[in-house]
Design a protein around this ligand. Structure first.
Ligand SMILES: NC(=O)C1=CN([C@@H]2O[C@H](COP(=O)(O)OP(=O)(O)OC[C@H]3O[C@@H](n4cnc5c(N)ncnc54)[C@H](OP(=O)(O)O)[C@@H]3O)[C@@H](O)[C@H]2O)C=CC1
Ligand SMILES: CC(=O)N[C@@H](CCC(=O)OP(=O)(O)O)C(=O)O
Length: 346
């Protein structure tokens, strides 16, 4: 159990997951924020860019190339894929622990990673020591980890929804369907045409049906849960929400079971997974701004198809909140420290 404050750095403080980390860490009692980087905004007070943080954060952005990350106890990378891996070896050698919110260390098989991410991995030798940071699955390994790969947003919602069923061997692992919808903040803060208000507003579309880079990440996790290979169809959609992911998951039951009881029991001790009463339909706004995943399990008309509904806030349980949950576990803080956030309504 760590008693003094830890020094924390954030690489990528101007993006959506970066500012969400700042919102949560600004009032975390065991954290002293010491570095927040931006390549383009070095020198600018953080609160000038994000007035929501006025009175909470006095630091200015610093240039990542000139920042003293090595003096931190922990560095979060809230950067695009392929950035954290360039500095990981050096930081780990300096004794700094790392949580990467991007995908550099999420997939254990380097050939699979290189195929889906279209780049050469800078430190494949470190993959075996990276722990996949889904606490509900890997809590014990996260405790001792120096390097945590924070899960993707869709992978968090999908894996938490399928986990009880696959662990119990209740569904055919070769026939899994994840139909998932994301808010636009999932695409990040950079300017891109498809996320302009006039393109994404009042619109709804699927994308990446032929193959999205979260497919191998989700398949890897589901394979570990099932103990055998899985067949997954994953279809993401873009919705005109700012925050939120809604995953509708389908599986084929291969034996009778009390599904409601199974989910309630599996997540009974999980602070951030809420199993709703039988027949409920979780809404994205019931988790907005919070680290909660809310799940409901259905069996339409009592048939052999199980339908799981899983909602998260992509920026919190799908990114920054889960990263702080992992930090709390790594440093021996109570797992919910800084994360008791009531969702925002309406
Ligand atoms: N948005 C979401 O819902 C989720 C995002 N993620 C992942 O988290 C990571 C961050 O996402 P998000 O915050 O949305 O992205 P943004 O595009 O909003 O922000 C990216 C940040 O990275 C910084 N950055 C970009 N290139 C570099 C570089 N070469 N060196 C250092 N810093 C750099 C940018 O800062 P500057 O240009 O000022 O230096 C910016 O602060 C991504 O890997 C994303 O896939 C994961 C789960 C959910
Ligand atoms: C709506 C949207 O565009 N979502 C992003 C995924 C979210 C994300 O940030 O990807 P990681 O979790 O891998 O980091 C996408 O589909 O590319």
């Amino acid at each position: 159990m760590q008693t003094s404050k830890i020094k924390v750095g954030i690489v990528g403080g101007t993006g959506y997951t970066g500012v969400e980390l700042l919102r949560i860490l600004a009032i975390h009692p065991s954290v002293e924020l010491s570095v927040i980087t931006s390549r383009g905004e070095a020198g600018l007070p953080v609160a000038d860019m994000f007035p929501s943080l006025r009175g909470y954060i006095d630091l200015s952005f610093s240039d990542p190339a000139k920042s003293d990350l090595a003096s931190c106890d922990l560095v979060f990378f809230a950067t695009p894929n392929g950035i954290a891996m360039q500095q990981t070896r050096e930081l780990l050698t300096a004794g700094v622990r790392i949580i990467d919110l991007a995908a550099d260390f999420r997939i254990q098989d380097v050939a699979t990673w290189e195929k889906w991410y279209g780049m050469t991995h800078a430190c494949p030798e470190l993959l075996s020591q990276a722990v996949y940071g889904l606490p509900e699955m890997n809590r014990e390994q996260i405790k001792g980890a120096q390097l945590v790969a924070n899960p993707g947003c869709y992978p968090t919602a999908v894996q938490l929804g399928f986990m009880p069923l696959l662990e119990a061997g209740l569904i055919d692992p070769q026939y899994l369907i994840a139909d998932a919808k994301s808010g636009v903040s999932g695409a990040g803060r950079k300017a891109e045409t498809h996320i302009l208000f006039a393109e994404a507003g009042d619109n709804f579309k699927a994308y990446g049906v032929a193959g999205h880079r979260h497919l191998p990440e989700i398949s890897q996790g589901l394979t570990n849960m099932a103990g055998k290979s899985v067949g997954l169809t994953f279809v993401p959609h873009l919705t005109p929400l700012i925050r939120g992911i809604h995953a509708t998951l389908y599986g084929r039951l291969n034996k009778e079971a009390d599904l409601q009881g199974l989910f309630e029991q599996r997540y009974a001790n999980e602070r951030f997974v809420d199993v709703l009463p039988k027949g409920a339909h979780p809404e994205t706004r019931s988790v907005r701004g919070s680290n909660q995943c809310r799940i409901a399990v259905h069996r339409p008309q009592g048939g052999d198809t199980v339908v799981v509904l899983s909602v998260i806030d992509n920026l919190v349980k799908g990114a920054a909140g889960q990263a702080v949950q992992n930090m709390n576990i790594m440093f021996g803080f109570a797992e919910n420290t800084g994360l008791e956030i009531v969702p925002l309504l309406p």
